[in-house]
Ligand binder design. Structure first.
Ligand code: NAD
Ligand code: A1AUG
Length: 541
């Protein structure tokens, strides 16, 4: 029952903790890491609040220490997916009718729990099983997830306030209903916050969800489940399943009640899912919403007016933070020949200072890539570049998977702007640089715009306002998140809503009102206070 027009607390970004040597947060996090690293976690599926253990398990191993087992997760048979769907649908009536404030309150509570007692655990799980350093875990698993919860609550109320005008004698109202059916959330390995947000944003708007996390994020997914439970999320609202993605998806997408896909992951998988939904379209009771944020081949373009140290720093941070495993990571750069010597010198200094190893040692800037498949793919491209006459590996290039999946931050110089690593998403710590003649800066912008299928993030560097304006115009469709004199990574919820177009996704902007709107189906209600009793037009007399 609602007896007032309540305002939600004003959303503010969660401050990023420093974890400086000797700080209490550092002590707590490293102690939590040690304990969790040395214990064995058993991750069940969660259907209707029940923990489902099938006994068919896969190991969870840290990418930086792949022979060490930190736990296992249980995988589904088809009957579990069927149950997750029926359970979600059974929970729908109560969840979709409950006051929006109750839903808001659950996610605001989750934000506060994560800012406090869950912070170290969420960060440690992300460091252990996704191989993030302290800072990368903090900005993702703690701060971005908290921000998603807080800002989405505010955006939900902003949406609800958007109401139509009413002529005298009538009252028009718009009701933001959840979708009729259930939402399928599929999340990637690389951001714990995205994994939480994909099911949570739909659930906040009153939807029920079947959530399939990435196998490589199961550890922190379990912490998210615990967090939601403690925050008071009712059973059956978000049901978590693991296992063969094809079997799970075939089962989910053949349900007539499937009403929305909230996906983040690679472009190929998303396009296949879209096709499958299209093929099944006659099965569904309603047209499913399809929201997907996918791959990128994100660029840094510099003009000769740019500051070489700033360009080099953007490359170091943009390409090598979290081993380049951000969809936003800079992986191709276009540098004018006149500043290249200076940019290169700074890059060599900065990359020589980057330490690589386990995230348990906070002085390691670079950790391991997520799994062997990814390691092998990235190494293959690096080795090909070493052998190729069209390319030269000028920094890094070594890789070793004996203990963990370690790949050195690598810089490739390409003779052609369409060289393989200039156009293919590798999702690793590799950037390829193309040097252009200063006078050809306008045609180099064309290369940036036209040489890949993606349009996720990009950055331009120049101190000349006319150039900034022209480059911004020339690249207006080349990136959904466009940065001027800054690296192309590190979007903050509430400040830089995130997403790209072309093959990079539907650009519904994670952490925004636009995204939340996709999880609603608007009902317009017109109420007439005194109903007409005469059908005749006035001109009929
Ligand atoms: N644009 C964004 O906001 C954004 C954010 C994070 C990651 N990404 C992209 O995600 C990719 C890296 O993440 P990843 O390796 O986890 O991606 P992925 O596509 O391999 O997996 C993503 C999810 O899809 C599932 N999946 C895989 N094959 C499937 C299939 N056939 N049917 C149904 N589900 C399937 C996986 O199990 C996982 O849960 C990169 O391409 C990156 O650019 C994009
Ligand atoms: N939103 C993040 C990227 C998420 C994808 O991996 C950023 O802006 O760096």
């Amino acid at each position: 029952m609602t007896r007032g027009f309540f305002n939600v607390p004003k959303a503010v970004n969660e401050p990023v903790k420093g974890y400086t040597p000797g700080s209490p947060e550092r002590e707590e996090l490293l102690a939590t890491y040690k304990t969790m690293f040395n214990s064995n976690i058993d991750v069940p599926m969660h259907i209707n609040g029940e923990e489902i253990r099938t006994g068919n398990t896969r190991n969870i191993t840290p990418p930086h220490d792949h022979q060490h087992i930190v736990g296992q997760y249980h995988i589904a048979e088809k009957k579990h997916i069927d149950k997750a769907i029926t359970t979600a649908l059974a929970a729908r009536e109560a969840w979709s009718s409950v006051s929006w404030m109750e839903r808001a309150s659950i996610f605001l509570k989750a934000a506060e729990l994560l800012a406090g007692p869950y912070r170290a655990k969420m960060n440690a799980a992300t460091m252990i099983a996704q191989s993030k350093n302290v800072h990368q875990a903090e900005i993702d698993a703690a701060c971005e997830m908290i921000d998603f919860f807080r800002f989405n609550v505010q955006y939900m109320t902003d949406i609800f306030k958007d109401q139509p005008a009413s002529a005298p004698g009538i009252w028009n109202r718009v009701e933001y209903r959840p979708l009729e059916g259930f939402v399928y959330a599929i999340s990637p390995f690389n951001f714990t916050s995205i994994a939480a947000n994909l099911p949570a944003s739909a659930a906040l708007m009153g939807n029920v969800v079947v959530w399939k996390p990435s196998d490589h994020q199961a550890y922190s997914a379990q912490v998210i489940v615990d967090l939601f439970k403690e925050a008071g999320l009712p059973d059956g609202v978000i049901n978590v399943v693991y296992g063969d993605p094809v079997m799970i998806t075939d089962t989910v997408l053949s349900s007539p009640d499937f009403s929305g896909l909230h996906f983040t992951g690679s472009t190929f998988v998303f396009k296949e899912l879209w096709k499958q939904i299209g093929n099944n379209i006659h099965t569904y009771k309603t047209y499913p919403r399809i929201v997907g944020e996918t791959g990128g081949k994100d660029f840094i373009w510099a003009h000769n007016s740019a500051n070489p140290l700033q360009v080099a720093t953007a490359i170091t941070r943009g390409a090598f933070e979290y081993q380049g495993q951000k969809c936003s990571a800079a992986s191709r750069a276009y540098i004018p020949v006149s500043i290249w010597t200076d940019v290169r010198k700074h890059l060599e200094v900065q990359t020589s200072e980057l330490k690589m190893g386990s995230p348990e040692d906070p002085s390691n800037f670079v950790n391991a890539v997520i799994h062997e498949g990814s390691f092998d793919k990235i190494s293959k491209y690096i080795d090909a570049a070493k052998a190729d006459s069209d390319a030269e590996v000028i920094i890094g290039g070594n890789h070793d998977k004996s203990k963990g999946y370690f790949i050195e931050p690598t810089v490739i110089l390409a003779k052609s702007a369409t060289y393989a690593t200039m156009t293919t998403e590798l999702f690793g710590p590799v950037i390829t640089i193309y040097i252009y003649e200063d006078a050809e800066w306008e045609s180099s912008l064309k290369l940036v715009d036209e040489s890949t299928e993606y349009a996720l993030t990009g950055a331009i560097f120049s101190t000349d306002r006319y150039i900034v304006e022209q480059a911004s115009k020339a690249l207006e469709n080349a990136a959904g998140n466009f940065y001027i004199n800054d690296k192309p990574t590190g979007a903050v919820v509430g400040q830089q809503p995130f997403g790209g177009a072309r093959s990079s996704g539907t650009n519904d902007k994670a952490g925004s009102a636009q995204n939340l709107l996709r999880w609603t189906s608007v009902r317009l209600i017109k109420e007439t206070f005194v109903s007409p009793q005469d059908y005749k037009y006035p001109f009929l007399g």
